[in-house]
Design a protein around this ligand. Structure first.
Ligand SMILES: Nc1ncnc2c1ncn2[C@@H]1O[C@H](COP(=O)(O)OP(=O)(O)OP(=O)(O)O)[C@@H](O)[C@H]1O
Ligand SMILES: [Mg+2]
Length: 253
């Protein structure tokens, strides 16, 4: 059974219709085991609001104090992860949900000023062998440092690190945009490293899209063949990805 890695944006998982469409696609893709990493920035911000905490971002990354780390972990590994897992279960997909802290993702703090924001240093892929029989494994990107304490890892970073470690052919980054948009708002069909630099330098790509593209380029350099940024839509199938016809950005070398 081949593995495929998907990343789901927090922005699309409160829309049950999206998860339903995805469930149908997963069920009909008989050749794949699905490794699914999710974000949840919106859900974290919503709880911050209730708790009257003002989020602070640097290049799309949320500065995370120790106290805020507890909220991030609660929301991502608790609420968001279990929501996706149970929607899949309800749709008869044999699913298990884990977090990076279940002996899967290890990292270290990225920069002092970002506090508990982490980057991945190791993916323990043995966990995937132990979970071989599941159709879908849903992963919260919260990771451990070397002292087994939590790190807030951006979900795009976690997804690309897992795609690299598993040497998968396809990584899908499902977001709330149909792809990377140019300065006129049109989807760019294909991009490579130099184009990414240009888009960031000219300010066409901003916020969370900067992280997404930087980690994608890293993954392409390290052997992931195809990274596809798109929205969840009804017109694709995981069984013949290359002949699919829907709006997307493909990142390649
Ligand atoms: N040139 C661009 N093209 C497309 N989106 C862009 C661009 N520049 C900035 N963005 C923003 O990047 C966002 C996607 O990144 P964001 O981090 O917000 O979501 P995500 O990574 O898909 O989800 P999550 O962070 O919850 O995992 C888009 O919703 C859009 O607002
Ligand atoms: Mg993001």
């Amino acid at each position: 059974m081949k593995r495929i890695v998907l990343k789901l944006s927090g922005k699309i998982i409160d829309n049950e219709e999206n998860l339903k469409i995805l469930s149908e696609k997963i069920k009909s893709a008989s050749n794949f085991q699905f490794i699914i990493i999710h974000g949840g920035g919106i859900q974290i911000t919503n709880l911050y609001k209730k708790l009257k905490i003002e989020p602070e971002f640097v290049d799309g990354l949320r500065i995370t104090s120790w106290e805020e780390m507890e909220i991030v972990e609660m929301v991502l590994s608790g609420i968001v992860n279990k929501k996706i897992v149970n929607l899949f279960l309800k749709n008869d997909i044999d699913t298990i949900g884990i977090s990076g802290r279940d002996n899967l993702l290890f990292g270290k703090p990225k920069e002092e000023k970002l506090k508990r924001v982490g980057i991945i240093t190791k993916v323990n892929i043995e966990i995937f062998d132990k979970l071989k029989s599941f159709k879908a494994i849903v992963i919260s990107p919260v990771s451990n440092d070397e002292d087994f304490l939590p790190l807030n890892v951006n979900a795009d970073d976690a997804a690309t690190a897992i795609a690299i470690a598993l040497k998968v052919e396809y990584l899908f980054l499902f977001s709330d945009v149909e792809g990377v948009l140019d300065k006129n708002g049109n989807v760019i069909e294909k991009i490579n490293e130099s184009k990414v630099e240009e888009l960031i330098n000219y300010g066409v790509v901003k916020e969370g899209m900067i992280v997404k593209l930087k980690s994608s380029i890293e993954a392409i350099k390290k052997g992931v063949k195809n990274i596809i940024i798109t929205k969840i839509n009804n017109s694709f199938s995981f069984d013949n990805i290359d002949s699919n016809n829907f709006k997307k950005t493909i990142i390649s070398s």
